[in-house]
Design a protein around this ligand. Sequence first.
Ligand code: AMP
Ligand code: ZN
Length: 114
Amino acid sequence: MADDCIFCKIRDGDIPSEILHRDDHCFAIRDIGPAAPTHLLVIPVEHFTFLRDMTPEFHPTLGAMFAAARDLAAAEGIDESGHRLVINQGNHAGQAVDHLHLHVLGGRPMGPVA
Ligand code: AMP
Ligand code: ZN
């Protein structure tokens, strides 16, 4: 837990947010500044900044995050039309929130990744 982490605060209910999914490993919310008609964030319960911080004991969390993303994409109706999963890591990727998160983007055609 990082004291000033917005996603930890959402996880703990200190900042109200609609939780679309929650399991032992992760939870999901809508991005506050959507970059696509559907833009969700799948967030590990544990505060990690980088994938490299996720030691093998937390690898099941990665599986749970991708399973949640898959199920949420279906629930949002962006499964068959297609969607994009993104994890920004560090400065060059423009990571703005230092609590690891998986973006789920869909609802419009998207261009090249970068
Ligand atoms: P990243 O650049 O990968 O770190 O993405 C951070 C994302 O978090 C951005 O897309 C923001 O719009 C989003 N975000 C920041 N604060 C909130 C919040 N309180 N609730 C939902 N999404 C947020
Ligand atoms: Zn956090």
